[in-house]
Write a protein that binds this ligand. Structure first.
Ligand SMILES: *Cc1c(COP(=O)(O)O)cnc(C)c1O
Length: 469
């Protein structure tokens, strides 16, 4: 571990009496802060000079990896480049300094942006009305399911509480349904990775059509496959009286090509932070607007104050306007071409459980040669040595060694070729020098961490760290 770059916490750099600030002169005379509001002891804040602070945080930031530093093929996350014009727009002081409680007549520009973004999303999805309150995709799922629950309740259909979720679904789908107080019933996929319509028909008959609240579908699904049976599925669910929910986190490859509203979906969410840029590594920020067909908008719940994450909406709108109606159509085909190019270039050395054309992403099931003992985890760690962010690993759960790769439309052929060469190199190393791969990463400040321990006993404060030592 390189202590100079990584080891110290700002607290450890603290030296009593050092400071990097000066306070302005007090022009207000002497006001005593009431004793009841004062601390008994000084807060344990680090004391450092300015240069120490600058170096500390600059060195930390240099250990960060983002789309701006390298290729980030994290499947299901659509880590696309965020054009700098988006940041310039989001930083415009006229927007940045808005206060949610200032008089409505002084926020016309912001209101116009909400309306115009809503119209753009309606044009792209075929759904009539959007709410921008949800802060992320999962929050959007919950919001959409609350709309569906209210819809059934408004019709006196209180027994409709079952949500059909495919076995390939993103984990947030069943989680959102459970949080919404609904029951999850799982429908199986066929060996080609798409939903089994015969199994769905049987499932609806078994659980009883009058109990079905909705079916949640992701399209393209988490295997990167277009669900070709949507017309049949939509008919079955609607005939049973349920509504169709579209998990639009994977909308990227559909942009300008096909619209969930036209496919018969009633409710959907969009991950603005995936499909319409915004850097969202490390858990935020996001926006998960929910669209509904005409007649459902009165069921929108209040899940957050004001208009959600406004700056994410600004970036999304800037992104949409930059491409325009004409060029937004190129996003899907380019993302799809990039994914297929990587898949076809590597499938002789990596196991491709479901062959054929994929959309914006695809899944390998580890190395083709299983005799080396090198796992997907090892491959992901070794990629870090070569300067790549790892793909999504061990998801979806349909395979044991899932390695889910999503290049976005922004990546050049040179970048893809570089990644392909490194993936082939790692496959070769797995044969000739497996220990090199199994002990990776070798070049990062920290090697392999105990993920389970970190999740079960997170040490998130300096005090907790001292106690743990
Ligand atoms: C990312 C993703 C989600 C969840 O979105 P968050 O913004 O992370 O809450 C849901 N479904 C799918 C298919 C996703 O890829």
């Amino acid at each position: 571990m390189n202590h100079k770059l990584y080891g110290n916490l700002i607290f450890e750099l603290s030296k009593e009496g050092r400071k990097g600030y000066s306070l302005p002169k007090n022009h207000f005379g002497d006001y005593e802060i009431p004793a009841s509001m004062k601390r008994a002891e000084d807060a344990a804040l680090p004391e450092c000079d300015e240069l120490t602070v600058v170096r500390h945080y600059t060195n930390l930031s240099n250990n960060n990896f983002g789309v701006d530093t390298g290729f980030y093929p994290l499947g299901s996350c659509t880590m696309k480049y965020n054009p700098k014009i988006n940041e310039e727009m989001a930083a415009l002081p006229q927007f940045q300094q808005l206060h949610p409680l200032q008089p409505a007549e002084t926020t016309k520009g912001a209101q116009a942006l909400v309306t115009l973004l809503g119209r753009s999303l309606s044009a792209l999805t075929g759904l009539a009305h959007f709410t921008f309150k949800p802060y992320a995709g999962a929050h959007g799922e919950l919001t959409g399911l609350m709309v569906i629950r209210k819809y059934h309740e408004s019709r006196g259909d209180l027994q409709r509480r079952k949500v059909i979720v495919p076995d390939s679904a993103h984990g947030t789908n069943p989680a959102s349904a459970a949080v919404c107080g609904l029951e999850i019933v799982e429908v199986k996929s066929l060996s080609d990775g798409t939903i089994d319509v015969a199994a769905l028909k049987e499932l609806i008959a078994t659980v009883g059509s009058d109990t079905i609240a909705a079916m949640m579908m992701t399209n393209p699904n988490t295997l990167g496959l277009f669900e070709r049976q949507i017309p049949a599925i939509e008919k079955l669910v609607h005939k049973a009286g349920g509504l169709m929910y579209y998990d639009g986190a994977n909308l990227n490859p559909m942009l300008g090509a096909a619209r969930p509203g036209d496919m018969g979906f009633d409710v959907m969410h969009i991950n603005l932070h995936k499909t319409f840029s915004t850097p969202h590594g490390g858990g935020g920020p996001g926006a998960g607007p929910v669209g509904v067909r005409e007649g459902l908008q009165q069921f929108f719940p209040v899940v957050s104050p004001y208009h959600g994450n406004f700056a994410v909406m600004m970036r999304a709108y800037a992104y949409i306007l930059t491409l325009g109606r004409e060029h937004i159509k190129e996003v899907g085909p380019l993302a799809t071409l990039n994914a297929n190019y990587i898949k076809e270039s590597l499938k002789d050395v990596y196991e491709l459980p479901i062959d054929g054309l994929c959309m914006h992403e695809f899944v390998f099931d580890g190395l083709k040669d299983k005799s080396t003992g090198v796992t997907t985890m090892d491959i992901a760690k070794r990629l870090l040595d070569y300067g790549y962010h790892a793909p999504t690993i061990y998801f979806p759960l349909l395979f044991h060694e899932s390695l889910m790769i999503e290049p976005t439309e922004n990546e050049s052929k040179d970048t893809l070729d570089g990644f392909i060469a490194v993936m082939r190199q790692i496959a070769e190393e797995a044969k000739t020098d497996p220990d090199q791969v199994k002990s990776a990463p070798h070049t990062t400040p920290i090697g392999r961490v105990d993920d389970v321990l970190a999740a079960k006993h997170p040490v998130t404060t300096y005090r907790a760290m001292l106690q743990a030592l």
